[in-house]
Design a protein around this ligand. Structure first.
Ligand code: RB5
Length: 142
């Protein structure tokens, strides 16, 4: 189950992401925000991060205007590897190499077409499980 979170800057793009997930029968829980009323992105970044860190959700998708603030907030939570992606190559690579557990995007940075390709790449790419990557990911937590 995916956990979703965004601020007002990411709200419209998150609606497109949810439509994509619905069409592809990918289960998710939307942890807010639920309108374009201004909110604080750390609240939603951390909500998703805590859900993933606690194991109630496998992965997360978070969106703010740039993707920067909400990913910074999510990455403060132990066990979280939130990757800000603005291209498909990075989305695939961060799953293969970093075992990223949250995808962050900037709604003011990427268009909807690219964003959905990024989501698809992130969700469909497994961690490589290569020993060197496991070692490096473990060092992130040190
Ligand atoms: C909100 O205006 C904006 O600051 C936020 O969405 C995000 O871009 C922060 O990093």
């Amino acid at each position: 189950m995916l956990a979703l979170g965004c601020d007002h800057g990411g709200y419209q793009l998150m609606k497109d992401v949810m439509k994509y997930l619905d069409e592809n029968n990918i289960p998710y829980e939307n942890l807010g925000t639920y309108s374009e009323e201004a909110v604080d992105y750390p609240v939603y970044g951390k909500k998703v991060a805590h859900a993933v860190a606690a194991g109630t959700h496998d992965q997360g998708i978070i969106i703010c205007g740039t993707g920067i603030g909400i990913s910074l907030a999510a990455n403060k939570v132990k066990g979280i590897r939130a990757a800000l992606c603005g291209d498909v190559f990075s989305a695939k690579a961060t799953r293969e190499h970093n075992n990223a557990n949250i995808l962050a995007m900037g709604a003011r940075v990427v268009g909807v077409g690219l964003a959905l390709e990024i989501v698809k790449a992130f969700l469909e790419t497994p961690f490589s499980n290569g020993q060197r990557h496991i070692n490096r990911v473990n060092q992130i937590e040190d």
